[in-house]
Design a protein around this ligand. Structure first.
Ligand code: SAM
Length: 321
């Protein structure tokens, strides 16, 4: 997966104005902050850090959000999303993924507290092909200081709730859900801690009568126990500049994420979800599944079942089964 071309070019233009050593230092500082939960909330403190985020993190968060929106589209193919609200928008990542998924999108509102990121997000969208991105509304807002969110078909919190202190994050979640006319989505880094947080949001949403769309194939108790946590991976291309400033050799990386998609009304769901990388052997594909009856199941698909075998050879971690 790759960022849209006009976004890639806009990020390159931003980075061209910054000496490589400074961008590298800003990217390293960003990584240090993200490793420290108390520093993560203010990780992007300067314009340089914003540019570093756009180069080294935005492609990955975009890839995760795009994968999640693809899953939503697969589950509810006739879903129409005309308006979207992005809470903790950073440089506008969700907007770019949403326009690729929903051609009918007519209004995007970004809520973000950091003025440098708002300015960056506006500049990045200047040459976007889609008017809805160029004309998007940006509001400088601290999410913890208001729960007055404009009602929108889709509300997304992408890699933002985890940066907010827990009690406030839950308040933002509730207000975000309240504002969602059709769908609410939370995406977080795929760590055990973030999964536990997503799981609490899931329980709360079910309790409040929301319907689970994905990743869970059921609304029963989550069967993940012990050291297991529900997360997925999306492969994305690394730009030459990304490789240079991160001193990476590989032309790609795998972004790990956990997520929750809930719907206000009815939910169409996968019958089962592939929750680990499939083990593909010569005569057997082993699938780890979360099943509709709320159980975790290991399934060995062999050549004997030709139809299942054909599907299993092509299936990926995170797909519906
Ligand atoms: C890791 S970045 C994610 C940005 C973007 N959503 C993405 O997926 O690439 C987290 C963003 O949430 C914003 N944020 C964190 N706490 C916030 C708050 N209380 N109010 C508004 N924005 C907040 C940060 O400023 C930052 O831009």
């Amino acid at each position: 997966m790759q960022l849209p071309l006009s976004l890639r070019l806009a990020i390159e233009r931003e980075a061209d104005d910054i000496p490589t050593a400074e961008l590298t230092e800003a990217a390293e500082q960003l990584s240090r902050s993200y490793r420290n939960p108390t520093a993560a909330a203010n990780a992007i403190a300067t314009a340089r850090a914003g540019a570093a985020y756009a180069v080294v993190r935005m492609p990955a968060t975009f890839a995760a959000v795009r994968a999640v929106l693809n899953e939503l589209k697969r589950a509810v193919p006739d879903l129409q999303i005309e308006s979207a609200l992005d809470l903790g928008a950073g440089p506008g990542t969700v907007g770019w993924a949403a326009v690729e998924t929903f051609a009918e999108l007519r209004r995007i509102i970004f809520f973000e507290k950091n003025k440098d990121l708002i300015a960056l997000g506006r500049r990045l969208a200047r040459d976007a092909a889609e008017p809805v991105l160029r004309d998007a509304e940006w509001r400088r807002i601290d999410l913890t200081a208001t729960d007055d969110f404009p009602s929108s078909d889709l509300v997304v919190c992408s890699y933002s709730l985890g940066e907010i202190e827990l009690t406030n994050a839950r308040r933002v979640f509730r207000a975000g859900v309240e504002a969602a006319r059709k769908i609410f989505i939370a995406v977080e880094p795929g760590t055990p801690k973030n999964f536990q947080f997503i799981k609490t949001l899931r329980d709360e949403a079910i309790g409040a009568g929301w319907r689970i769309v994905a990743p869970c194939p059921h609304e029963l108790a989550c069967p993940m126990r012990g050291a297991d946590w529900c997360h997925f991976a999306q492969r994305l291309e690394r730009s030459a500049r990304h490789r240079k400033i991160k001193k990476g050799e590989l032309g790609y990386e795998d972004e790990k994420f956990s997520y929750l998609i809930i719907a206000r009304d009815s939910a169409q769901r996968a019958p089962a979800r592939v929750i680990a990388r499939p083990q593909i052997q010569k005569s057997c594909v082993r699938l780890e599944l979360c099943a509709a009856d709320g159980e975790l199941v290991s399934l060995n698909v062999t050549r004997k079942n030709r139809e299942a075998w054909k599907r299993a050879r092509k299936i990926s971690w995170g797909d519906a089964w």
